[in-house]
Design a protein around this ligand. Structure first.
Ligand code: FAD
Length: 483
Protein backbone atom coordinates (compact mmCIF):
# COMPACT_ATOMS: atom_id res chain seq x y z
CA UNK A 1 0.00 0.00 0.00
CA UNK A 2 1.23 3.51 -0.84
CA UNK A 3 1.96 5.84 2.05
CA UNK A 4 1.82 9.54 1.46
CA UNK A 5 4.18 12.11 2.95
CA UNK A 6 2.14 14.61 4.96
CA UNK A 7 3.14 18.22 4.44
CA UNK A 8 4.59 19.77 7.59
CA UNK A 9 1.50 21.33 9.18
CA UNK A 10 3.29 24.08 11.12
CA UNK A 11 4.41 25.66 7.84
CA UNK A 12 0.83 25.85 6.56
CA UNK A 13 -0.38 28.33 9.10
CA UNK A 14 1.99 31.12 8.12
CA UNK A 15 1.02 33.17 5.07
CA UNK A 16 4.72 33.42 4.24
CA UNK A 17 4.96 29.67 3.65
CA UNK A 18 3.59 27.96 0.55
CA UNK A 19 1.13 25.09 0.97
CA UNK A 20 3.34 22.05 0.29
CA UNK A 21 2.36 19.40 -2.21
CA UNK A 22 1.92 15.81 -1.06
CA UNK A 23 4.32 13.22 -2.43
CA UNK A 24 4.53 9.44 -2.20
CA UNK A 25 6.81 8.38 0.63
CA UNK A 26 10.43 7.80 -0.65
CA UNK A 27 10.58 4.15 0.45
CA UNK A 28 7.39 3.40 -1.47
CA UNK A 29 8.14 5.40 -4.57
CA UNK A 30 11.83 4.52 -5.16
CA UNK A 31 10.93 1.21 -6.79
CA UNK A 32 7.89 2.11 -8.89
CA UNK A 33 7.31 4.39 -11.84
CA UNK A 34 4.12 5.85 -10.31
CA UNK A 35 3.93 9.64 -10.28
CA UNK A 36 5.74 10.98 -7.21
CA UNK A 37 4.06 14.37 -6.74
CA UNK A 38 0.34 14.08 -6.04
CA UNK A 39 -0.91 17.61 -6.69
CA UNK A 40 -3.10 19.82 -4.51
CA UNK A 41 -6.50 18.91 -3.12
CA UNK A 42 -9.20 21.56 -3.61
CA UNK A 43 -8.74 22.78 -0.05
CA UNK A 44 -4.96 23.07 -0.48
CA UNK A 45 -5.32 24.84 -3.82
CA UNK A 46 -7.75 27.38 -2.34
CA UNK A 47 -5.40 28.04 0.56
CA UNK A 48 -2.45 28.53 -1.77
CA UNK A 49 -4.45 30.68 -4.22
CA UNK A 50 -5.42 32.98 -1.36
CA UNK A 51 -1.72 33.75 -0.84
CA UNK A 52 -1.68 35.54 -4.22
CA UNK A 53 -1.76 39.29 -3.66
CA UNK A 54 -3.32 40.01 -7.12
CA UNK A 55 -0.65 42.66 -7.73
CA UNK A 56 -1.91 45.47 -9.98
CA UNK A 57 1.36 45.27 -11.92
CA UNK A 58 2.10 41.55 -11.72
CA UNK A 59 5.78 40.76 -12.15
CA UNK A 60 5.12 37.02 -12.32
CA UNK A 61 3.67 37.44 -15.83
CA UNK A 62 6.99 38.97 -16.98
CA UNK A 63 8.68 35.77 -15.84
CA UNK A 64 6.37 33.51 -17.88
CA UNK A 65 7.80 32.84 -21.37
CA UNK A 66 4.28 32.29 -22.77
CA UNK A 67 2.71 35.24 -20.91
CA UNK A 68 -0.08 33.48 -18.95
CA UNK A 69 -2.25 35.98 -17.06
CA UNK A 70 -1.25 34.45 -13.73
CA UNK A 71 -3.14 36.73 -11.28
CA UNK A 72 -6.32 36.30 -13.35
CA UNK A 73 -6.25 32.50 -13.37
CA UNK A 74 -5.43 32.41 -9.65
CA UNK A 75 -8.25 34.86 -8.88
CA UNK A 76 -10.66 32.49 -10.65
CA UNK A 77 -9.42 29.63 -8.44
CA UNK A 78 -10.09 31.77 -5.35
CA UNK A 79 -13.65 32.24 -6.66
CA UNK A 80 -14.02 28.49 -7.20
CA UNK A 81 -14.37 29.04 -10.98
CA UNK A 82 -12.03 26.28 -12.07
CA UNK A 83 -13.38 25.92 -15.64
CA UNK A 84 -12.90 29.63 -16.26
CA UNK A 85 -9.48 29.43 -14.64
CA UNK A 86 -8.17 26.75 -17.01
CA UNK A 87 -9.67 28.63 -19.97
CA UNK A 88 -7.68 31.67 -18.86
CA UNK A 89 -4.47 29.60 -18.69
CA UNK A 90 -5.14 28.04 -22.07
CA UNK A 91 -5.49 31.41 -23.75
CA UNK A 92 -1.69 31.36 -23.67
CA UNK A 93 -0.58 27.84 -22.74
CA UNK A 94 -1.78 24.76 -24.62
CA UNK A 95 0.12 22.31 -22.36
CA UNK A 96 -0.75 23.39 -18.79
CA UNK A 97 -0.75 19.95 -17.14
CA UNK A 98 2.75 19.39 -18.50
CA UNK A 99 4.03 22.82 -17.47
CA UNK A 100 2.46 22.52 -14.03
CA UNK A 101 4.60 19.42 -13.51
CA UNK A 102 7.97 20.06 -15.12
CA UNK A 103 8.50 23.81 -15.63
CA UNK A 104 11.28 25.33 -13.56
CA UNK A 105 8.83 27.91 -12.10
CA UNK A 106 11.31 28.68 -9.34
CA UNK A 107 13.52 30.32 -11.99
CA UNK A 108 10.66 31.89 -13.94
CA UNK A 109 7.24 33.18 -12.83
CA UNK A 110 7.73 32.30 -9.16
CA UNK A 111 11.15 33.96 -9.13
CA UNK A 112 9.36 37.29 -9.75
CA UNK A 113 6.56 36.79 -7.21
CA UNK A 114 6.40 39.58 -4.61
CA UNK A 115 5.58 37.02 -1.89
CA UNK A 116 9.03 35.56 -2.48
CA UNK A 117 10.70 38.61 -0.93
CA UNK A 118 9.65 37.66 2.60
CA UNK A 119 8.87 33.97 2.31
CA UNK A 120 7.86 31.40 -0.29
CA UNK A 121 6.55 32.67 -3.62
CA UNK A 122 3.02 31.59 -4.59
CA UNK A 123 3.17 28.04 -6.01
CA UNK A 124 1.98 29.07 -9.47
CA UNK A 125 2.98 25.79 -11.11
CA UNK A 126 1.07 23.67 -8.61
CA UNK A 127 -2.04 25.82 -9.09
CA UNK A 128 -1.72 25.52 -12.86
CA UNK A 129 -1.49 21.74 -12.47
CA UNK A 130 -4.55 21.79 -10.18
CA UNK A 131 -6.88 23.41 -12.73
CA UNK A 132 -5.41 21.44 -15.64
CA UNK A 133 -5.99 18.16 -13.79
CA UNK A 134 -9.59 19.09 -12.95
CA UNK A 135 -10.25 19.81 -16.61
CA UNK A 136 -8.65 16.52 -17.68
CA UNK A 137 -10.86 14.56 -15.31
CA UNK A 138 -14.00 16.35 -16.52
CA UNK A 139 -13.09 16.26 -20.22
CA UNK A 140 -11.12 18.75 -22.26
CA UNK A 141 -13.07 21.66 -23.73
CA UNK A 142 -11.92 23.05 -27.08
CA UNK A 143 -12.33 26.71 -27.95
CA UNK A 144 -14.69 27.65 -30.84
CA UNK A 145 -13.03 27.29 -34.23
CA UNK A 146 -11.92 30.38 -36.13
CA UNK A 147 -12.89 30.93 -39.75
CA UNK A 148 -10.34 29.07 -41.96
CA UNK A 149 -7.77 31.32 -43.62
CA UNK A 150 -6.98 28.84 -46.38
CA UNK A 151 -3.29 28.95 -45.47
CA UNK A 152 -1.35 25.73 -44.83
CA UNK A 153 1.50 25.25 -42.44
CA UNK A 154 3.88 22.33 -41.89
CA UNK A 155 5.34 21.82 -38.44
CA UNK A 156 8.44 19.66 -38.16
CA UNK A 157 8.66 17.93 -34.78
CA UNK A 158 5.93 17.34 -32.19
CA UNK A 159 7.82 18.48 -29.09
CA UNK A 160 6.68 21.40 -26.91
CA UNK A 161 7.87 23.98 -29.51
CA UNK A 162 6.08 22.29 -32.43
CA UNK A 163 2.91 21.51 -30.46
CA UNK A 164 2.63 25.11 -29.26
CA UNK A 165 3.22 26.61 -32.70
CA UNK A 166 0.71 24.12 -34.16
CA UNK A 167 -1.98 24.91 -31.55
CA UNK A 168 -1.61 28.68 -31.90
CA UNK A 169 -1.65 28.59 -35.70
CA UNK A 170 -4.71 26.31 -35.71
CA UNK A 171 -6.52 28.66 -33.32
CA UNK A 172 -5.82 31.46 -35.79
CA UNK A 173 -7.60 29.50 -38.54
CA UNK A 174 -4.65 28.01 -40.43
CA UNK A 175 -4.56 24.42 -41.58
CA UNK A 176 -1.72 22.75 -39.71
CA UNK A 177 0.03 19.44 -40.31
CA UNK A 178 2.73 18.14 -37.97
CA UNK A 179 5.43 15.84 -39.31
CA UNK A 180 6.97 13.81 -36.49
CA UNK A 181 9.91 11.41 -36.91
CA UNK A 182 8.76 9.10 -34.10
CA UNK A 183 5.53 7.09 -33.81
CA UNK A 184 4.00 9.43 -31.23
CA UNK A 185 3.88 13.11 -30.31
CA UNK A 186 5.43 14.90 -27.34
CA UNK A 187 9.17 14.95 -28.08
CA UNK A 188 11.22 14.84 -24.88
CA UNK A 189 7.96 14.84 -22.89
CA UNK A 190 7.38 11.26 -24.03
CA UNK A 191 10.82 9.86 -24.77
CA UNK A 192 12.92 11.69 -22.15
CA UNK A 193 11.08 12.69 -18.98
CA UNK A 194 10.11 9.54 -17.04
CA UNK A 195 6.63 8.45 -16.04
CA UNK A 196 7.21 9.13 -12.31
CA UNK A 197 7.62 12.84 -13.11
CA UNK A 198 5.33 13.21 -16.08
CA UNK A 199 2.83 10.39 -16.75
CA UNK A 200 2.45 9.74 -20.45
CA UNK A 201 -1.37 9.89 -20.24
CA UNK A 202 -1.00 13.56 -19.23
CA UNK A 203 1.06 14.29 -22.35
CA UNK A 204 -1.42 12.32 -24.46
CA UNK A 205 -4.35 14.38 -23.18
CA UNK A 206 -2.56 17.60 -24.08
CA UNK A 207 -1.68 16.22 -27.54
CA UNK A 208 -5.35 15.24 -27.96
CA UNK A 209 -6.30 18.85 -27.17
CA UNK A 210 -4.01 20.05 -29.98
CA UNK A 211 -5.66 17.47 -32.28
CA UNK A 212 -9.11 18.77 -31.29
CA UNK A 213 -8.01 22.19 -32.49
CA UNK A 214 -7.86 20.61 -35.96
CA UNK A 215 -4.13 19.91 -36.15
CA UNK A 216 -3.27 16.74 -38.08
CA UNK A 217 -0.27 14.53 -37.30
CA UNK A 218 1.87 12.48 -39.67
CA UNK A 219 4.03 10.10 -37.63
CA UNK A 220 7.15 8.17 -38.68
CA UNK A 221 7.91 11.08 -41.00
CA UNK A 222 11.54 12.11 -40.86
CA UNK A 223 11.83 15.45 -42.58
CA UNK A 224 15.09 15.76 -44.48
CA UNK A 225 14.56 12.18 -45.66
CA UNK A 226 10.84 11.72 -46.45
CA UNK A 227 10.50 15.30 -47.71
CA UNK A 228 12.96 18.16 -47.59
CA UNK A 229 11.92 21.59 -46.32
CA UNK A 230 12.18 22.83 -49.90
CA UNK A 231 9.75 20.11 -51.05
CA UNK A 232 7.27 21.01 -48.33
CA UNK A 233 7.29 24.62 -49.52
CA UNK A 234 7.09 23.66 -53.20
CA UNK A 235 4.35 21.13 -52.68
CA UNK A 236 1.74 23.32 -51.10
CA UNK A 237 2.70 24.55 -47.64
CA UNK A 238 2.73 28.33 -47.24
CA UNK A 239 5.12 28.24 -44.29
CA UNK A 240 7.16 25.76 -42.28
CA UNK A 241 8.10 25.72 -38.59
CA UNK A 242 11.13 23.63 -37.60
CA UNK A 243 10.96 22.39 -34.01
CA UNK A 244 13.21 19.37 -34.28
CA UNK A 245 14.88 19.78 -30.88
CA UNK A 246 18.31 18.70 -29.69
CA UNK A 247 18.16 14.93 -29.59
CA UNK A 248 21.76 13.92 -30.24
CA UNK A 249 23.72 12.91 -27.12
CA UNK A 250 27.14 14.36 -26.30
CA UNK A 251 29.89 12.03 -25.10
CA UNK A 252 32.81 12.53 -22.76
CA UNK A 253 35.50 11.48 -25.26
CA UNK A 254 37.54 9.66 -22.62
CA UNK A 255 39.21 6.21 -22.84
CA UNK A 256 36.93 3.24 -22.31
CA UNK A 257 33.68 5.03 -23.19
CA UNK A 258 32.71 2.27 -25.65
CA UNK A 259 32.80 -0.51 -23.04
CA UNK A 260 29.69 -2.61 -22.50
CA UNK A 261 27.39 -1.32 -19.77
CA UNK A 262 27.89 2.35 -20.68
CA UNK A 263 24.78 4.09 -22.03
CA UNK A 264 24.10 7.57 -23.27
CA UNK A 265 21.25 9.00 -21.17
CA UNK A 266 19.26 9.41 -24.39
CA UNK A 267 19.43 5.74 -25.28
CA UNK A 268 18.78 4.71 -21.68
CA UNK A 269 15.74 6.95 -21.21
CA UNK A 270 14.27 6.15 -24.64
CA UNK A 271 14.44 2.45 -23.80
CA UNK A 272 12.88 3.05 -20.41
CA UNK A 273 10.16 5.46 -21.56
CA UNK A 274 9.25 4.66 -25.13
CA UNK A 275 10.06 0.96 -25.19
CA UNK A 276 8.61 0.58 -21.67
CA UNK A 277 11.50 -1.56 -20.46
CA UNK A 278 10.38 -0.92 -16.90
CA UNK A 279 7.27 -2.95 -17.67
CA UNK A 280 9.20 -6.09 -18.71
CA UNK A 281 7.97 -8.85 -19.22
CA UNK A 282 4.62 -7.19 -20.09
CA UNK A 283 6.65 -5.33 -22.75
CA UNK A 284 9.29 -7.60 -24.25
CA UNK A 285 12.02 -4.93 -24.24
CA UNK A 286 14.15 -5.35 -21.10
CA UNK A 287 17.13 -3.14 -20.30
CA UNK A 288 20.14 -4.53 -18.46
CA UNK A 289 20.95 -2.55 -15.36
CA UNK A 290 23.75 -3.46 -12.96
CA UNK A 291 23.96 -3.18 -9.20
CA UNK A 292 26.34 -0.19 -9.02
CA UNK A 293 25.46 2.63 -11.37
CA UNK A 294 27.30 5.89 -12.01
CA UNK A 295 25.48 8.73 -13.77
CA UNK A 296 27.73 11.44 -15.17
CA UNK A 297 26.19 14.94 -15.30
CA UNK A 298 24.14 17.31 -13.16
CA UNK A 299 21.10 18.33 -15.22
CA UNK A 300 17.50 17.10 -15.18
CA UNK A 301 18.56 14.35 -17.59
CA UNK A 302 21.12 13.00 -15.11
CA UNK A 303 18.62 13.07 -12.25
CA UNK A 304 15.96 11.33 -14.37
CA UNK A 305 18.49 8.65 -15.40
CA UNK A 306 19.62 8.06 -11.81
CA UNK A 307 16.09 7.78 -10.45
CA UNK A 308 15.11 5.45 -13.32
CA UNK A 309 18.15 3.21 -12.64
CA UNK A 310 17.13 2.95 -9.00
CA UNK A 311 13.61 1.99 -9.98
CA UNK A 312 14.95 -0.66 -12.37
CA UNK A 313 16.65 -2.42 -9.46
CA UNK A 314 20.15 -0.92 -9.06
CA UNK A 315 21.46 -1.24 -5.49
CA UNK A 316 23.56 1.93 -5.54
CA UNK A 317 23.25 4.90 -7.86
CA UNK A 318 25.73 7.74 -7.75
CA UNK A 319 25.48 11.02 -9.65
CA UNK A 320 28.89 12.43 -10.49
CA UNK A 321 28.98 16.17 -11.09
CA UNK A 322 32.10 18.21 -11.73
CA UNK A 323 30.97 21.39 -9.99
CA UNK A 324 29.50 21.84 -6.51
CA UNK A 325 25.90 21.45 -5.30
CA UNK A 326 25.34 25.20 -5.69
CA UNK A 327 26.01 25.08 -9.45
CA UNK A 328 23.99 21.97 -10.28
CA UNK A 329 21.60 22.85 -13.15
CA UNK A 330 18.88 20.30 -12.27
CA UNK A 331 15.71 21.51 -10.54
CA UNK A 332 16.31 21.70 -6.78
CA UNK A 333 13.01 19.89 -6.13
CA UNK A 334 14.03 16.94 -8.29
CA UNK A 335 17.52 16.70 -6.77
CA UNK A 336 15.87 16.61 -3.34
CA UNK A 337 13.49 13.88 -4.53
CA UNK A 338 16.41 11.84 -5.87
CA UNK A 339 18.38 12.12 -2.64
CA UNK A 340 15.32 11.22 -0.56
CA UNK A 341 14.99 8.07 -2.68
CA UNK A 342 18.59 7.07 -1.98
CA UNK A 343 20.53 8.44 -4.96
CA UNK A 344 24.00 9.44 -3.82
CA UNK A 345 25.69 12.58 -5.22
CA UNK A 346 29.41 13.07 -5.59
CA UNK A 347 30.16 16.69 -6.31
CA UNK A 348 33.44 18.17 -7.57
CA UNK A 349 34.45 14.99 -9.37
CA UNK A 350 34.89 14.25 -13.08
CA UNK A 351 35.60 11.01 -14.95
CA UNK A 352 38.99 10.65 -16.62
CA UNK A 353 38.62 7.08 -17.99
CA UNK A 354 36.46 3.97 -17.78
CA UNK A 355 38.00 0.64 -16.80
CA UNK A 356 36.80 -2.70 -18.19
CA UNK A 357 37.30 -6.46 -17.82
CA UNK A 358 38.51 -8.91 -20.47
CA UNK A 359 34.92 -9.29 -21.79
CA UNK A 360 34.87 -5.59 -22.59
CA UNK A 361 32.42 -4.79 -19.80
CA UNK A 362 32.79 -1.71 -17.62
CA UNK A 363 34.02 -2.42 -14.06
CA UNK A 364 34.93 1.03 -12.86
CA UNK A 365 35.32 4.70 -13.56
CA UNK A 366 38.37 6.73 -12.63
CA UNK A 367 37.44 10.10 -11.19
CA UNK A 368 39.54 13.17 -10.57
CA UNK A 369 38.62 15.49 -7.71
CA UNK A 370 37.95 19.05 -8.91
CA UNK A 371 38.16 22.51 -7.46
CA UNK A 372 36.42 25.62 -8.76
CA UNK A 373 38.53 28.22 -10.57
CA UNK A 374 37.60 31.46 -12.32
CA UNK A 375 34.18 31.81 -14.01
CA UNK A 376 34.02 30.45 -17.59
CA UNK A 377 31.93 31.62 -20.58
CA UNK A 378 28.75 30.33 -18.89
CA UNK A 379 29.42 32.61 -15.89
CA UNK A 380 29.84 29.60 -13.60
CA UNK A 381 33.16 28.85 -11.90
CA UNK A 382 35.27 26.53 -14.04
CA UNK A 383 36.01 23.10 -12.53
CA UNK A 384 39.76 22.42 -12.46
CA UNK A 385 41.19 18.92 -11.77
CA UNK A 386 43.35 18.54 -8.68
CA UNK A 387 46.63 16.84 -9.68
CA UNK A 388 47.15 13.36 -8.25
CA UNK A 389 43.60 13.18 -6.84
CA UNK A 390 42.41 10.33 -9.10
CA UNK A 391 40.50 7.47 -7.54
CA UNK A 392 38.44 4.55 -8.83
CA UNK A 393 34.73 4.03 -8.28
CA UNK A 394 33.63 0.43 -8.93
CA UNK A 395 30.58 0.36 -11.20
CA UNK A 396 28.97 -2.15 -13.55
CA UNK A 397 26.80 0.41 -15.38
CA UNK A 398 27.45 4.02 -16.35
CA UNK A 399 25.07 6.53 -17.91
CA UNK A 400 26.50 9.59 -19.62
CA UNK A 401 24.18 12.61 -19.30
CA UNK A 402 26.38 15.58 -20.17
CA UNK A 403 24.22 17.30 -22.75
CA UNK A 404 22.54 17.07 -26.12
CA UNK A 405 23.04 18.75 -29.45
CA UNK A 406 20.75 19.22 -32.49
CA UNK A 407 20.12 16.37 -34.89
CA UNK A 408 21.88 17.54 -38.11
CA UNK A 409 19.60 16.01 -40.79
CA UNK A 410 17.45 19.04 -41.59
CA UNK A 411 20.34 21.48 -41.48
CA UNK A 412 22.43 19.38 -43.87
CA UNK A 413 19.53 18.79 -46.29
CA UNK A 414 18.28 22.39 -46.48
CA UNK A 415 20.17 24.68 -48.80
CA UNK A 416 20.33 28.28 -47.64
CA UNK A 417 19.41 27.51 -44.03
CA UNK A 418 21.96 29.31 -41.88
CA UNK A 419 23.26 27.47 -38.84
CA UNK A 420 25.80 28.00 -36.08
CA UNK A 421 28.98 25.95 -35.56
CA UNK A 422 27.06 24.07 -32.86
CA UNK A 423 24.39 23.02 -35.38
CA UNK A 424 21.57 25.21 -34.07
CA UNK A 425 19.56 27.14 -36.65
CA UNK A 426 20.20 30.87 -36.88
CA UNK A 427 16.97 32.88 -36.59
CA UNK A 428 15.58 36.13 -35.21
CA UNK A 429 14.95 35.59 -31.49
CA UNK A 430 11.66 37.51 -31.47
CA UNK A 431 10.07 35.82 -34.50
CA UNK A 432 12.03 32.63 -35.18
CA UNK A 433 12.40 33.79 -38.81
CA UNK A 434 15.25 31.87 -40.48
CA UNK A 435 17.37 32.71 -43.54
CA UNK A 436 14.74 31.07 -45.81
CA UNK A 437 11.54 32.92 -46.67
CA UNK A 438 8.55 31.29 -44.97
CA UNK A 439 10.67 29.04 -42.72
CA UNK A 440 10.56 29.64 -38.97
CA UNK A 441 12.06 27.83 -36.03
CA UNK A 442 12.07 27.63 -32.23
CA UNK A 443 12.87 25.47 -29.21
CA UNK A 444 16.06 23.52 -28.58
CA UNK A 445 16.99 23.56 -32.28
CA UNK A 446 17.28 27.35 -32.00
CA UNK A 447 18.70 27.82 -28.50
CA UNK A 448 20.43 24.52 -27.80
CA UNK A 449 18.98 22.40 -25.00
CA UNK A 450 16.84 24.52 -22.70
CA UNK A 451 13.43 24.07 -21.09
CA UNK A 452 9.89 23.05 -22.01
CA UNK A 453 8.49 26.50 -21.40
CA UNK A 454 11.24 28.31 -23.32
CA UNK A 455 10.55 25.99 -26.29
CA UNK A 456 6.84 26.76 -25.96
CA UNK A 457 7.54 30.50 -25.76
CA UNK A 458 9.56 30.26 -28.98
CA UNK A 459 6.77 28.28 -30.66
CA UNK A 460 4.31 30.96 -29.64
CA UNK A 461 6.41 33.88 -30.89
CA UNK A 462 7.03 32.08 -34.19
CA UNK A 463 3.29 31.33 -34.59
CA UNK A 464 2.49 35.04 -34.21
CA UNK A 465 5.13 36.00 -36.79
CA UNK A 466 4.02 33.21 -39.14
CA UNK A 467 0.42 34.39 -38.88
CA UNK A 468 1.44 37.86 -40.06
CA UNK A 469 3.54 36.32 -42.82
CA UNK A 470 0.67 34.06 -43.93
CA UNK A 471 -1.84 36.87 -44.03
CA UNK A 472 0.56 38.87 -46.16
CA UNK A 473 0.57 36.12 -48.77
CA UNK A 474 -2.23 36.50 -51.27
CA UNK A 475 -3.35 33.06 -52.39
CA UNK A 476 -3.87 29.67 -50.83
CA UNK A 477 -2.50 26.65 -52.64
CA UNK A 478 -3.48 23.02 -52.80
CA UNK A 479 -1.83 20.50 -50.57
CA UNK A 480 -0.69 17.27 -52.25
CA UNK A 481 1.56 16.15 -49.36
CA UNK A 482 -1.16 16.19 -46.72
CA UNK A 483 -3.01 13.06 -47.72
P1 FAD B 1 11.93 18.16 -28.41
O1 FAD B 1 11.15 18.00 -27.18
O2 FAD B 1 13.25 17.49 -28.51
O3 FAD B 1 11.02 17.69 -29.64
C1 FAD B 1 11.53 17.64 -30.94
C2 FAD B 1 10.69 16.67 -31.75
O4 FAD B 1 11.11 16.74 -33.12
C3 FAD B 1 10.86 15.22 -31.33
O5 FAD B 1 9.61 14.61 -31.18
C4 FAD B 1 11.67 14.59 -32.47
O6 FAD B 1 11.36 13.21 -32.66
C5 FAD B 1 11.19 15.43 -33.65
N1 FAD B 1 12.16 15.48 -34.78
C6 FAD B 1 13.49 15.65 -34.72
N2 FAD B 1 14.01 15.69 -35.94
C7 FAD B 1 12.97 15.53 -36.81
C8 FAD B 1 12.87 15.46 -38.23
N3 FAD B 1 13.95 15.58 -39.01
N4 FAD B 1 11.65 15.26 -38.78
C9 FAD B 1 10.53 15.15 -38.00
N5 FAD B 1 10.59 15.20 -36.65
C10 FAD B 1 11.78 15.40 -36.07
N6 FAD B 1 12.78 20.92 -19.37
C11 FAD B 1 12.04 21.46 -18.37
O7 FAD B 1 11.55 22.57 -18.52
N7 FAD B 1 11.82 20.80 -17.19
C12 FAD B 1 12.29 19.54 -16.99
O8 FAD B 1 12.07 18.98 -15.94
C13 FAD B 1 13.05 18.93 -18.03
N8 FAD B 1 13.50 17.66 -17.90
C14 FAD B 1 14.14 17.06 -18.94
C15 FAD B 1 14.50 15.72 -18.82
C16 FAD B 1 15.10 15.07 -19.89
C17 FAD B 1 15.44 13.62 -19.74
C18 FAD B 1 15.39 15.78 -21.08
C19 FAD B 1 16.07 15.08 -22.24
C20 FAD B 1 15.07 17.12 -21.20
C21 FAD B 1 14.42 17.77 -20.14
N9 FAD B 1 14.01 19.10 -20.24
C22 FAD B 1 13.28 19.66 -19.23
C23 FAD B 1 14.27 19.88 -21.46
C24 FAD B 1 13.03 19.97 -22.36
O9 FAD B 1 12.38 18.74 -22.41
C25 FAD B 1 13.42 20.46 -23.75
O10 FAD B 1 14.06 21.70 -23.63
C26 FAD B 1 12.17 20.59 -24.65
O11 FAD B 1 11.52 19.35 -24.80
C27 FAD B 1 12.54 21.14 -26.02
O12 FAD B 1 11.40 21.13 -26.83
P2 FAD B 1 11.50 21.07 -28.43
O13 FAD B 1 10.11 21.06 -28.93
O14 FAD B 1 12.42 22.13 -28.90
O15 FAD B 1 12.24 19.69 -28.75
Amino acid sequence: MQTIMKPPSERNSAQSAAVPMRKIDPQNRAHTFNEVALGYTEEEALREARRCLSCPQPRCVEGCPVGVDIPAFIRLIKDGKYDASIRKVKEKNSLPAVCGRVCPQEQQCQNHCVRGRKGDPVSIGRLERFVADIEREKGIVTPPMTKPTGRRVAIVGAGPAGLTAAADLAKLGHRVIVFEALHLAGGVLVYGIPEFRLPKKIVQTEVDYVKKLGVRFHYDSLIGRLFTIEELLKEGFDAVFIGSGAGLPLFLGIPGENLGGIYSANEFLIRVNMMKSYRFPEFDTPIKIGEHVAVIGGGNVAIDSARSALRLGAKEVCIIYRRSREEIPARAEELQNAEEEGVDCRFLAAPTRFIGDEQGKVTGVELAAMELGEPDASGRRRPVPIKGSEFILNVDTAIVAIGRTPNPIIQSETQGLKTTAKGTIIAEQETGRTSIDGVYTGGDILTGEATVISAMGAGKRAARAMHEYLLSKDQAKTLPLSS
